[in-house]
Design a protein around this ligand. Structure first.
Ligand SMILES: Cc1ncc(COP(=O)(O)O)c(C=O)c1O
Length: 390
């Protein structure tokens, strides 16, 4: 669907994002701009720290509120969400469970796509060095995406877990999650989805899609900052997992101060067992504010507008003779649209100097608007990119 304007008050929204007064942020695939709400959330933490010295109960309740907002965003329960400092950390915790899961399931292989962000692939490679066989699912270099058929063919009866990025960080292409999760379920394979490049741009319901595990950080389309990430694990599965990446917050009672010398570890409820050390409190304040902004507008209208923006980037880019990398259908992609250029970092410097923030990655410049972006923003970014390469 192509809209002339979003089904919400764009002017009012943009008033809450000071950066848009001076530049055009088109780098959501890297970092979201600050909003009045995220700034106020950071200040609330600083005021609490400065005013009270320490208010542990309030700080932990903020972490809980952030956990609950993430759960709402993906259609899960708060008890199905673990709190981490990064997606790497979350992936490492999941990977620390695979040996025991493999023993029980009689399957050992982890299938992963070549579209994984390298940090996720690196965690699996570290597992490979400890005996977990890996099966790589290719990216089609012409289409700039992983084909769902390739995922389906990779899932035989030795595959324990499928690790799949929803949005490909290089091109913005989306994998059809419902389709691959369905194939995985029929093949008896667990699914672990990295949704960092898509979450916040359109509705995503982990239950409806039938996903077992899903991770994301907050600094891209979730309007937050680095230092926090969340992991959804379907409750029934969480309770069969015993992460070796753990700590006191993963216990049934973190404040029991018991070394369990003579008995086995106990575990927090559901995916709370994946919590580990002192949670990222300041990032939790900000993350919650960012996620609540999205929830206030609603992911359905956000998705309608981000699709319109992606469509304008694609048609506008092709009209200007730019070399599109990745699918040309706005409905199966994140709003991130990539164009192949000779020197992506030089192009980024050129555009930044002229007031548009793109994101260089390898052979491409990525233009990643979000729900606050206008069609004029998109046109301005494309004009500058065409000037830079022309
Ligand atoms: C898809 C995806 N996954 C993971 C990461 C990195 O995750 P973290 O730094 O939180 O480990 C990124 C960062 O750009 C990403 O795009």
């Amino acid at each position: 669907m192509t809209l002339a304007r979003p089904p919400y008050d764009l002017t009012r929204l943009r008033e809450r994002i000071p950066l848009v007064k001076s530049v055009v942020p088109m780098n959501h695939c890297s970092q979201a701009p600050q909003t009045d709400e995220t700034r106020a959330a950071a200040e609330r933490y600083l005021d609490s720290w400065n005013g009270d010295g320490m208010d542990w109960d309030v700080w932990i309740s903020e972490v809980e509120a952030a956990r609950a907002s993430f759960a709402r965003l993906i259609g899960a329960e708060a008890d199905e969400v673990g709190v981490f400092s990064s997606v790497s950390h979350a992936t490492a915790a999941v990977a620390s469970c695979v040996d025991r899961l493999a023993e029980r399931a009689g399957r050992r292989t982890v299938a992963l796509t070549e579209a994984e962000f390298p940090t996720v692939a690196h965690v699996w490679k570290a597992r490979e060095a400890r005996g977990t066989p890996l099966r790589w699912i290719p990216v089609d270099p012409v289409a700039g995406r992983v084909h769902e058929e390739a995922v389906e063919t990779a899932l035989d009866d030795d595959v324990l877990l499928l690790s799949a990025a929803h949005g490909y960080y290089q091109t913005g292409a989306l994998l059809d999650l419902e389709r691959v999760a369905n194939a995985a379920r029929h093949a008896g394979v667990l699914t672990y989805v990295d949704a960092y490049q898509s979450l916040g741009t359109r509705p995503l319901d982990v239950k409806a899609a039938g996903i077992d595990m899903l991770a994301s950080g907050n600094l891209k389309f979730l309007m937050g900052i680095p230092g926090i990430a969340f992991l959804y694990v379907r409750r029934e599965i969480a309770e069969t997992m015993d992460p070796a990446v753990t700590g006191w917050f993963g216990r049934a009672d973190p404040f029991a101060f018991d070394n369990h010398r003579s008995r086995a570890l106990d575990w927090g409820v559901g995916a709370r067992r994946f919590d580990s050390g002192t949670p990222p409190i300041l990032p939790a304040y900000i993350a919650r504010a960012g996620m609540d902004l999205l929830l206030e507008t609603g992911l359905e209208p956000i998705g309608q507008w981000t699709k319109t923006l992606a469509g304008r980037l694609i048609t506008g880019g092709l009209d200007r003779g730019l070399d599109l990398l990745g699918p040309d259908d706005p409905s199966n992609r994140a709003p991130t649209v990539a164009f192949r250029v000779a020197d992506s970092h030089a192009v980024e410097t050129f555009m930044r100097a002229r007031g548009v923030l793109p994101s260089a990655r390898g052979p491409a410049i990525r233009l990643a608007p979000h729900y606050h972006s206008t069609l004029d923003d998109v046109d301005r970014a494309l004009d500058l990119l065409a000037e830079a390469v022309g």
